[in-house]
Design a protein around this ligand. Structure first.
Ligand SMILES: [Zn+2]
Length: 275
């Protein structure tokens, strides 16, 4: 497997590999990363680094995978707090009271597709397998956010919801936000049909840069570009937004892809923490 990216690098520590954006690696008080399929203990269709509970893998294996990833990233396993994603746009503020939820404590809420915090040492965990990861850092007020944006969440403008909530909770000014849009299915592979495209076309965005007709009612959709435009319309400066150049389906030997595996798969996670 050959990994190439102009914005991310692959970190390999104790056989655990994860991807990180150089833009966030340069912020001294931030730790972040995206898991790959390498370095875990899961077997069969979950081999080997599966970060998703509840897909058929054993909880013991997923727990061990989290411990290994945290060790490699230098993040405290006990500080993890996970989302409860279902393709909606609710954004939850979390603190040490929520440590462990969705990881080593049961979920206490449904429908949490975004997480924000300004606590040091509260690590936000979100899950993906083709959907678009959004990670936010307020470089002035030292606050962070993470969101899961599949096509439904993107149409619902969850990126803008995170910006708004960070403004309400932490007085975040959008111009102080750095945002990375992580590994997701690219416009090279993400084919959709009319009902999906109609919802994107109805957004007040530049459709010509994100919807590419193929004929026969089929289109290639650029979810990363859609999120970039939504973030810009929420006030995030263009130069503060970095898009992944790694497609999950093209790189499905390295990163979990729902479409490439036909749904028989584990999951990737993004972790983001203030240290
Ligand atoms: Zn692709």
């Amino acid at each position: 497997m050959i990994f190439t990216s102009s914005v991310m690098k692959m970190n390999i520590i104790n056989a655990v590999s994860y991807l990180s954006f150089e833009k966030f690696d340069n912020i001294p008080y931030i730790k972040h990363g995206f898991s790959t399929r390498m370095g875990g203990v899961s077997t069969g269709e979950f081999r080997s680094m599966n970060m998703s509970f509840g897909r058929g893998d054993s909880d013991e294996n997923v727990t061990e995978n989290y411990k290994r990833l945290c060790e490699a990233m230098g993040i405290g396993y006990k500080t993890l707090v996970a989302s409860a994603q279902d393709h909606h746009t609710f954004v939850r503020r979390v603190s040490p009271e929520q440590h462990g939820i969705g990881i080593y404590r049961p979920k206490d809420m449904q429908s949490v597709d975004g997480l924000i915090t300004n606590d040091p040492k509260t690590a936000l965990v979100t899950y993906f397998a083709d959907c678009t990861p959004l990670l936010f850092v307020d470089t002035k007020n030292k606050a962070v956010g993470a969101a899961h944006a599949g096509w439904r969440g993107t149409v619902g403008k969850i990126g803008a919801r995170v910006v708004e909530r960070m403004g309400e909770e932490f007085s975040t000014d959008p111009s102080d936000l750095l945002v990375t849009v992580g590994p997701a299915i690219g416009k090279c592979c993400y084919e959709v049909d009319d009902p999906v495209v109609e919802q994107f076309a109805a957004l007040e965005l530049n459709s010509s840069k994100m919807i590419f007709p193929k004929g026969g009612g089929k289109y290639m959709l650029d979810l990363l570009e859609a999120n970039r435009q939504i973030l810009m319309s929420a006030g995030v400066p263009e130069e503060n937004i970095t898009l992944s150049d790694v497609c999950t389906q093209c790189n499905s030997d390295l990163i979990w892809s729902h479409r490439a595996t036909g749904g028989r798969r584990g999951g990737m996670c993004a972790i983001l923490s203030i240290m």
